[in-house]
Design a binder for this molecule. Structure first.
Ligand code: 8GT
Ligand code: MN
Ligand code: MN
Length: 333
């Protein structure tokens, strides 16, 4: 029996089930493009990972929230035969294998991967020889395929955070920066760096967006110590690559620029986890509020959202919808 760490840090007694469920989830997302099944498999895996007891039968698993008849049957098959026929078939399927491989490249989604497969591109080497079929994002994704799959240790993000804060503070001390995502949730390693930035001069209106665009460009230009490369940059979002030193892997870094009145909702949203966000949005709706990455708005009698509630801290969002405050480290669900 495998023992793996689950999201809360305790031993995962059901790690082997989680592995095959996550593999099925990836298949549904990338090959079948069935997002419902993808979510169902991921939900089942996270429920099993958090379960403090080794599951012995499918029936026992079915008692857990998020595990139905079909997944219970797969657990039984796995317990009895040590494998899953469905996965064996997927492993034999050339198209499924190629799509799984190609979607490992940042910027290549399931649709692009299927298109590439149809044009005869099946391996990473094929990609390297056909870069004319790729856009700028996909070319960077290919260039750093191995680097982007490496997790970023927390200590390295701490160093990058310090650098980012120092450098943007030199541009203008009125900038505020928060690194969100799994890092803010206290994880010991992360897949990427999700930075949010605000500045008092940033406004929501169209006229002022041009200002935001310039501000974001100036900000990124000031980060050359971090060996930045740009995937894309617009009025509110930079997507790119940074590297602390030439001995370390290149890391995916996103920087979003927001007006101060949207900053707290964005920090909440980009801290996640995505499952936590879903729970919180559902709770907001029960209290007749609609919550998204920009704002919290009350729903009128007709169900039409009103003006955004003024928010100056994350706690206020929880207060408005009467949801017990959860520290970022408590949002790993
Ligand atoms: P990681 O360590 O793998 O990066 O984990 P993460 O930091 O939790 O995931 P992420 O993919 O970097 O996304 C950061 C947070 O943004 C997520 O926790 C999630 O709550 C939120 N988020 C969504 N949808 C989307 C989306 O479509 N794009 C992005 N970039 N973030 C999203 O809920
Ligand atoms: Mn992240
Ligand atoms: Mn991210």
């Amino acid at each position: 029996m495998s023992k793996r760490k689950n999201p809360s840090g305790a031993d995962n007694l059901n790690g082997d089930f989680c592995d095959f469920l996550m593999e099925l989830a990836d298949y549904e997302k990338n090959v079948s493009r069935n997002i419902h099944k993808y979510n169902a498999y991921r939900k089942a895996a996270s429920v099993l990972a958090a379960h403090g007891k080794r599951i012995e039968t499918g029936d026992e698993a079915k008692k857990l929230n998020g595990i139905g008849e079909k997944i219970a049957k797969k657990i039984d098959e796995f317990l009895q035969t040590g494998k899953l026929q469905k996965l064996e078939n997927i492993h034999q399927d050339e198209e499924a294998q190629a799509i799984n491989l190609l979607t490992r490249v940042s910027g290549i989604g399931p649709v692009k991967a299927a298109e590439l497969f149809r044009s005869g591109i099946k391996t990473i080497e094929d990609l390297r020889n056909n870069q004319n079929k790729l856009n700028h994002h996909q070319i960077i994704g290919l260039k750093y395929l191995e680097d982007f799959e490496k997790k970023i240790p927390r200590a390295e993000i701490q160093q990058i955070e310090k650098k980012l804060k120092d450098l943007i503070n030199n541009v203008d001390p009125e900038f505020t920066l928060t690194i969100c995502g799994s890092y803010r949730r206290g994880k010991s390693e992360s897949g990427d760096i999700d930075a949010l930035v605000t500045h008092p001069s940033v406004k929501t209106s169209e006229v002022k967006k041009k200002h935001g665009e310039q501000l974001l460009k100036n900000l990124v230009a000031a980060l050359d110590e971090l060996n930045m490369e740009t995937i894309s940059i617009g009025e509110t979002k930079f997507m790119g690559v940074c590297r602390l030193s030439s001995e370390l892997p290149a890391r995916r870094l996103d920087i979003r620029l927001l007006p101060p009145e949207q900053y707290q909702c964005a920090v909440l949203y980009f801290t996640g986890s995505d499952v936590f966000n879903k729970t919180m949005r559902a709770h907001a709706l029960q209290h007749r509020f609609t919550l998204n990455e920009y704002s919290l708005r009350p729903l009128g009698v007709t169900g039409v959202p009103g003006e955004p509630v003024p928010i100056s801290s994350e706690e206020e969002i929880f207060d408005y919808i009467d949801f017990p405050y959860k520290k970022p480290e408590e949002r790993n669900m």
